[in-house]
Structure formats: C-alpha cells, structure tokens
Ligand binder design. Structure first.
Ligand code: DGJ
Length: 718
C-alpha cells in the first residue's frame, strides 16, 4: 500500500515537473522562425523571432522574452495589445495558456492556433499564425471571444504583437497625400513611442499607407541586414505602435486603430481581427520584397498567377468632357497602340444631375443620355468590333449630395443628423454597415454585369475619407462600431462580387493610391498607385510600393504629365508596372506612336519576366541622379533592366551597375531594346555576350549623363 502511495506521489511529482517545464511552440517557414514559450506560470511569451534555428535543443537557451499578447490592467507598464472591460467594470485581463494546435490551411500553409484564457473571466483569445514555408511570410491575427453573460467592451484589440531586443532599431514609414504618395522616411527608434495610424475611414491610407519596414541593429540595405516588412490587411483605420521601453526592448503592435472604435462584444460573440502580414529577412530588403511578391502572386492577390491586360484609359485624355464619338476615337487609339482594353472612366452616368463634373451625379448609375445616347452597350459593342476589351469606372461606395440617390436615401449616407455636412471632393460616404446599402453597392457591379456581360474590367474608385461620422443605421448605442462595421460591410460586398464573378479583373483605386492593403487585394487584381503620372514622381512612388507590392499589381500609365520627359521615358517607367496609357494619340508624334506600339509588343513579350519574375532594385531614385530596377525570370533565362537618368549634374560620376539574380554560369546576350524609330543604341558593350558572373560582379555601364534619358536592356541566356 505504502509503495503504491509512493509511486502515485512520484508520478504526480513527475507530472508537475512536466507541467512546470517550459514548452515551446515553433512557428516556422523555410528560413524564418518565431518561438513561443509556454512558461511554468501558464503565461505565453515570444522568446524568439528571426532566422530559423537549426537545433531544437537550443530552444531552452532562449530568453523568456515578452508576453505574447500583453493585456491591460495587470503588471505591464507599456502599451498593451488588448484592453477589455468586463461587464462588472473590471478592466483587466490575465491570459494563460490553454492549448495549441497546428493545421494545414487550404493554401498548404501551416497554421498554428494558440488558445489563451483568462483565469477569472470566460474571455478567451486565440492567436493565429499562418506560416508560408517557401515565401517566408507569416500571417497573424487574433480572435477574442466573450464567454460572459453580458457584453464586454473591447477598447484595444490588436491583430498582433511582436517583441524585439536589439541595440538599435530603424523604422521606415511611408507618408503621402493626393498625387504625392509613398514618400519613404527612415528614423531610428529611441525610448518612447512612435505611432503610425489613420483615422480616414475609407480612403484610409491617403496620408499614411499601411506598410512599414523595421531594420534591426542597423539600417538594412538591399542585400544586407536584418529587417521585417509588415502590413495590415485592413481597408480602414489601422494603427502601428512602436514602443521602445526602459530596457531598449521594442514592441510592435499592429491592428485596427481603436480610435473612436470601442467595440461592445455581445455574449458568446467572437471578434476576429484583420490579418497582419509580415516577412523577415537577414539578407536585406530585396529578398524580403521578393518573398512578399511571390506570396502575393501565389496566395493573396486576386488572380495573382493570371495574366494582366494592357489598356487605354480616357481619364487624362478627356476628363468629364466626352461623347460617344470621342470615345470611339480613343478606342481607335487603343487599337493603334496595340493594347488589350479600353477603359471608360468617370463621367458616364447621372441624368437628373448628369456627371459633368465631380460636383454631382455620383450614386446615379444610369448612363447620361446626352453623352451616351446609345448607352454603355453601344461602347461594349464598338470595343468588340475593334477586337479589344471594354472596362468601366465606378465609385459605388460614395454619393454626391446633388444626386437622386441622396434625395431618395439620405438614410443610407454617413452624416451627422444635426450638423451641416462637410464634403471632401463634393461627396459623402455611403453607410456600408447597413445591409441594404451593401445590396445597393453590390448591385452597381451586378447590374452592369447583368446588363452588359461583356464588361471585362472594373476600376473601383474611392475618393473621400469618411467625414461627418455617424451611421443612421447603427443607432445611438453602436456608433463606435461604425469604422469597423463599415469595412466589414465593404468586405461583404466584395465577397459577393468575387463569388459571382471570380475571374473579373478589378483595379483598386482611391483618388490615386489612397487605399491599398493586402486584404483588399484579395478582391482586386491590381491597384492604381497615384494620379501623379509624372514619370519622375512615379519612379519614386513605384519604387516605394515595390517594397511590398509586385509590379503585376501596380498600374502605371503613360500620360502627358511632365512633357519635358519623352514618351519613351514615360513609357519605360510605366513598363515597370502593369502598363497602360491615359493619353490621346494626337498628343504624340507619328514616331512616338510607332515607338509606343513597339513598346507594347516588347512589353507583352517580356510580361512573364516583369510581372511574374523576381525584382531587384539596383539603384534607388533616392540616391540622386539615376535609378534602375531589373526583373529576372524565374528560370533565369531572361532578364530586363530598366535604367533612368533623371537629372544628372554636370560632371556626374558614373560607375558600372552590377546586375543581380542571374545564373553566374550562364552566358547572356545584352541588348538595348525599345529604341525610338531610327535610334541606334550607343550603350557600352551593347549586343555582346557576357557570363552571369561578369554581369553580377563587374556590371554594365547603363547610365548616361543626359537628363531624362531612359534605357531598357534585355538580357537573354544563350
Ligand atoms: C480619381 C482616380 O484616381 C482617377 O484616376 C480618376 O478615375 C478620377 N478619380 C475620376 O474621378
């Protein structure tokens, strides 16, 4: 008997030891690893994030790290990831490990779910991490469940919290405005807090796009250094908080901006936060970007592995001033250029208040009879006759007060009931928290597609932030849900569109690039980077966006902005993205049209390399007078180098530029292409064969001392 009791005691002791020993949860891609530690005290910590560790045995050497999802109200003194007030008024949460599991998602990635529970209240938090092995990308989000009998108030509800412990941190953030998007700013992070957020609601990223680069120890370069690229998949208010504490530890909290957005979570309800996407690289920024691009094309971007159409858009060519005749002429221009599609922009709708300018008509989605007497169908047919596709612009989430929609349905409009309305671009935002409004917005696309099934493309615009923030639908108790429910309503609409029209290409546009994130790109095949199409400005904007978004998604058009840059220069900047034209051929000379037509042919031939290959940023436009980016096909058989001389000064010093990403053992012919009719290449070493090793070690003289000069160089394995 005594022996049995002793054995039981020993067994219990052993179990206690097992329970008290720390357990490790490894979240791994091929090269990156995050280690969570379940400590003996039942709390979960992030012990590591960085290059994948080789030996399991080493995990026990890791420091404990910071608590994985820090709560408000307990013993932490810095910014928490979550703040909940329970129904009895208790504002604290203490999360303890409950369980974890790893599953395989339908995209073949490994999803780890860690369940944490409060030890006094029935509140639980599930942390999700999806690891994409080949692309080294991790998606992280959280589900918060209220098990209490009454609602709890969520005051902060981050998607993710990451901890770092390094001697120095450098943050690159992006700022902008209309026609002035994506400026890159790098700053060291010192003790204290830096917050990047938006409160704009719909056109949420107009001032701050939702992407950031964090360099560890020292600023990462294209090829060296540790860095993390992070971005939230949320088409609304976001907030990133970077806080360096008294011990030089950094925490990065990413999620919906809780500003004016306390959320009452009802009994049994679960709040699902948006996904935070990040990648880590210890070999610099170039690799991190290529990983994100691969991940986006394979797993996130709508039809990411499909083809893209070149197009001619009428916006810059006509603005609101067009007729059927003018549009047909432009379709003829599209044919001469050799592009795939004609895109009809703003200004085709509204009858009581025809859309002759941006002051009226928005919301009334019927063709304006005096401009388009034969309707959109006539244009679709004309395009068909010319053997090109037809696309159309909409801005279905918005309304002009001068419209029939507003007159009929003011209850569908976000506005304060008892105040004068404030307008941004003469318009207001429809209340997408209201299911009837969701039906209406869905109906804009569905109605057009039903009537004109041959519409092949939509450009979906969004020109106003949310102003006059009040939802007639949500009622007085739920107003703080509006920013969140509005975005969820948008996703309901986009889900329905995607389900019904899975192959319909759509461009995400927001008064230029005012709205861009990876959740939206689940529904859109591409995005409009900026209304600023001055090619010099575009070199900077496209460069900045290339850290996160692949060329395939980045629409870039040739226009008349900056006429001191040649059509060749303008076209070659646009060829680094998804090529389009927004110009009438009467703005070009005969030889420019001939050039552009040949450039479209070259682009079509090079599309697999530019749109689906690996991108290498060779020379940053921020460095000064020149810029260069190259694309290498996945099989390393073909590459394209774009080289731009912007404003080199007298006496500009130029050096060979080393190419990247080639096979060192292969022989490549280097040839300047895309020349103007009659132009000869005078590039050093043109039309010669070099080894990949030479091109990557010694390089090529691709730059000149000429202002606004450009070159496209094709590199082909022999
Ligand atoms: C803003 C977009 O960025 C432009 O390309 C154009 O579509 C206009 N809106 C139309 O109003």
């Amino acid at each position: 008997m005594k022996i049995k009791r002793l054995a039981t005691l020993l067994c219990l002791l052993a179990m206690t030891t097992v329970m008290m020993a720390d357990e490790f949860i490894r979240i791994c891609t091929n090269n990156v690893e995050m280690v969570l530690r379940v400590s003996g005290n039942g709390r979960v910590y992030q012990s590591y994030l960085g290059k994948k560790l080789m030996f399991e045995n080493d995990l026990s050497h890791l420091r404990q790290g910071g608590e994985v999802y820090l709560t408000h109200g307990m013993e932490d003194y810095f910014e928490p990831a979550i703040e909940v007030t329970h129904n009895d008024g208790n504002p604290s949460l203490l999360l303890k490990y409950h369980s974890h599991e790893t599953l395989v998602t339908d995209k073949g990635a490994a999803e780890t779910v860690v369940t944490l529970k409060d030890d006094k209240y029935p509140t639980s938090v599930r942390l999700h991490y999806v690891a994409y092995a080949d692309e080294d990308v991790i998606e992280a989000w959280t589900e918060i469940t209220n098990g209490e009998k009454k609602p709890v108030m969520l005051k902060k509800y981050a998607s993710n919290l990451l901890h770092f412990n390094r001697p120095a941190y450098y943050l690159t953030s992006f700022t902008g405005d209309w026609a002035d998007e994506a400026h890159m700013n790098t700053t060291p992070l010192k003790a204290g807090k830096m917050v990047i957020d938006t409160k704009l609601g719909s056109r949420a990223g107009m001032f701050n796009p939702s992407m950031f680069i964090l360099s560890l120890n020292r600023p990462a370069t294209e090829t060296e250094g540790e860095c993390l690229l992070g971005t939230l998949g949320w088409t609304g208010n976001f907030r990133y908080t970077f806080e360096v504490d008294n011990k030089q530890a950094l925490r990065v909290i990413s999620g919906i901006n809780p500003y004016a957005s306390e959320y009452a979570l009802g009994k049994g309800e679960t709040f699902v936060t948006p996904k935070f996407y990040f990648t880590y690289s210890n070999q610099g920024l170039g690799l991190a970007s290529r990983n994100l691009h691969d991940w986006a094309r394979r797993h996130q971007l709508k039809n990411g592995e499909g083809d893209r159409m070149t197009l001619l858009n009428n916006w810059e060519a006509t603005y609101f001033d067009f007729s059927e005749e003018k549009l047909c002429e432009l379709m003829g221009d599209a044919v001469r250029l050799g592009v795939d599609m004609f895109l009809l922009d703003d200004g085709w709708f509204g009858n009581k208040h025809p859309r002759h300018s941006d002051t009226q008509g928005l919301g009334d989605w019927q063709e304006t009879a005096d401009k388009l007497p034969h309707g959109v169908g006539f244009l679709v047919d004309e395009a068909k006759k010319k053997n090109i596709k037809f696309g159309i612009w909409i801005e279905p989430e918005m309304v002009n007060p001068k419209s029939e929609l507003y007159e009929k349905h003011k209850d569908w409009v976000i506005h304060l009931p008892n105040r004068d309305e404030y307008y941004f671009r003469n318009q207001l935002v429809l209340d997408l928290s209201n299911p009837e409004v969701q039906d209406f917005v869905f109906g804009v696309v569905d109605g057009l597609m039903t009537k004109y099934p041959e519409i092949a493309f939509f450009k979906w615009d969004c020109n106003s932030p949310i102003t006059n923030i009040y939802s007639p639908y949500l009622g007085k108790d739920k107003q703080t849900h509006l920013y969140v429910e509005h975005v969820r309503g948008l996703y309901n609409v986009l889900d329905r569109i995607k389900a019904k029209y899975p192959d319909l290409p759509m461009m995400l546009c927001s008064g230029g690039g005012g709205r861009l994130d990876y959740k939206a790109l689940e529904y859109f095949t591409e995005y409009w980077a900026s209304d600023n199409t001055d090619p010099v400005e575009r070199l900077f904007i496209q460069y900045a966006n290339s850290f996160f978004y692949p060329a395939k998604a980045t629409c870039a058009h040739v226009t008349t902005w900056n006429r001191s840059a040649s059509v060749k220069f303008r076209t070659e900047v646009a060829m680094m993205g998804k090529l389009g034209f927004d110009i009438k051929l009467s703005d070009m000379s005969e030889s420019e049209v001939t050039y552009a037509n040949a450039a479209v042919k070259n682009y079509n031939r090079l599309k697999p390399t530019i749109l689906d290959g690996d991108m290498y940023r060779l020379v940053s436009p921020y460095e000064g007078a020149h810029a260069s980016t190259m694309f290498v096909g996945k099989d390393k058989q073909q590459a394209v180098v774009f080289a731009f001389d912007v404003y080199p000064r007298f006496g500009d010093k130029r050096y060979p530029v080393c190419l990247m990403g080639l096979d060192p053992a292969k022989q490549y012919r280097v040839k300047e292409i895309n020349l103007m009719p009659g132009q000869r290449s005078w590039m050093d070493g043109n039309d010669r064969v070099y080894s990949g090793d030479y091109l990557m070690t010694v390089g090529l003289n691709i730059f000149t001392g000429n202002k606004l000069h450009s070159r496209v160089i094709e590199v082909t394995a022999e």
